[in-house]
Design a binder for this molecule. Structure first.
Ligand code: MN
Length: 237
């Protein structure tokens, strides 16, 4: 039976109208999961008290990209470089993570999703790449097209990703993030790193939790190995 993959949704306003809000997820997550043999189900931002019910109805949870996370969740005040936040989304997704852990359901976190996993497990973020002590590479690759990889990552040999991604040679990924993991949570292993030391992958194998900083949903139609990330999540994690 095909697994149901809950995708934590986002909200945006249509046509600059205060009253025309929509709940959504990027369609490429939907098609990537469908290609992998999953049944995607978008979970709109809602009451954290309902998170357990939502997770009961899914087999696995996908956390997508989006807004910056409220830095109060990792003990910081807002820096001038902090981007837009959505407190309702933070609250709901943190509740979804707790529920998925409680119900022992696998989680894939992408970009913000990986950063939120780190925060949920007690790790911290840099609110902007410029706040790292070391100089960073270009991690917001705009105007380069979204599906083109622009920087490399080194994948750890004993990681979940090593089942299908190369660990000997550097692996090329796309990049759309201005924030980054600072202190990884104690329960999460660092499994992918960019040449500048930026953390691009985290996992907890026992809990079947995987986080990646890049965006396979934007590359999976063109690059087979990127589609394999969704294949692995849907069929194996
Ligand atoms: Mn990057």
């Amino acid at each position: 039976m095909k697994p149901i993959i809950g995708i934590a949704g986002n909200e945006t306003v249509m046509m600059d109208s205060d009253s025309h809000w929509i709940s959504y997820t990027p369609k490429n997550f939907v098609t990537g999961l469908q290609q992998a043999g999953g049944i995607p189900l978008i979970l709109p931002i809602g009451d954290p008290d309902e998170a357990d019910r939502y997770v009961t109805g899914i087999d696995k949870l996908l956390l997508a990209g989006g807004q910056d996370i409220d830095p109060s969740y990792y003990g910081q005040l807002p820096d001038q470089k902090l981007g837009g936040t959505n407190p309702d989304r933070d609250r709901f997704e943190l509740a979804l993570i707790k529920a998925a852990i409680r119900q022992q359901k696998p989680i894939l976190g992408v970009c913000r999703g990986m950063q939120l996993l780190n925060v949920a497990f007690g790790g911290t973020l840099y609110q902007d790449l410029s706040l790292r002590p070391e100089k960073a590479l270009k991690h917001v690759q705009v105007p380069t097209p979204f599906h083109q990889p622009t920087h490399s990552v080194t994948i750890a040999k004993d990681s979940l990703l090593a089942a299908f991604l190369p660990t000997e040679a550097a692996y090329q990924v796309n990049s759309f993030h201005h924030q980054t993991v600072a202190e990884p949570a104690p329960e999460l292993a660092v499994i992918a790193t960019a040449p500048d030391g930026v953390i691009e992958g985290l996992e907890n194998r026992e809990r079947r939790i995987l986080g990646i900083q890049w965006h396979p949903e934007l590359t999976c139609a063109d690059i087979k190995k990127e589609q394999q990330i969704f294949d692995y999540f849907v069929t194996q994690l």
